[in-house]
Design a protein around this ligand. Sequence first.
Ligand code: IPE
Ligand code: IPE
Ligand code: MG
Length: 247
Amino acid sequence: MNPKDRIDASKLPKHLAVIMDGNGRWAKKQGFFRSFGHENGTKAVREIVEACAELPIPYLTLFAFSTENWNRPKAEVETLMKLLVSSLKKEIDTLEEHNIKLNAIGNLEALPKKAFKELKEVMEKTKSNKHMTLTLALSYGSREEITKTIKEISLKVKNNLISPSDIDESVINNHLYTKDLPDVDLLIRTSGEQRISNFLLWQIAYAELYFTETLWPDYRKNHLFEAIVDYQNRERRFGKTSEQLNN
Ligand code: IPE
Ligand code: IPE
Ligand code: MG
């Protein structure tokens, strides 16, 4: 049976996050430069965005560039930033067609001016779209996000806007880049690496983790549907017992 037909439409994850990894290895394997892998990774992005729109999964967050990725060779960083601009220009119609709102998280001011401007434009154009929210994590690092959050809350305490006893999980949530997004239900990482690499540490507290050997440029809709079927066969207990959940 086609993996899509095995999906239970009533048990879809609300928020899917993906660490899109393996572009460089995909290219190297074929004797090409790493940039060729990044270029081919954009096809996988389109497939997964469309698959999520079809199901639908209302929130999709893609890890596109980490705070640590700034430490890569300058030429590779430039390629990635150029690719971001060209993809945004190319995909705006697809976003509109599927009624998808573009959102971004991370230290966006660190992006090159051109990329920042293009990103803001597409976000502005798609801001009223309702079917799905596609969030790009760009210059994103979870530790940077948490540090920023602590600074902002400390400042509010200092200025007597809130008292320390008011600080609870929802206050922290409301200061994160992801304040408008629900918690992550399913986190997928491609390329065989089994680590989080500073992605959404707070937000994945109870996410189901799914690791696959497939390299990102090879990732297609059916791979995603398989991951969702796997997710749906798990019991999410959130600390309770199985008996509690089934009574
Ligand atoms: C993911 O692929 C893309 C980014 C991190 C920007 P990589 O570039 O990390 O590819 P590998 O992991 O080296 O194969
Ligand atoms: C994580 O992948 C970042 C993105 C997918 C954008 P990396 O390839 O940078 O992660 P590490 O260095 O292998 O942990
Ligand atoms: Mg990698």
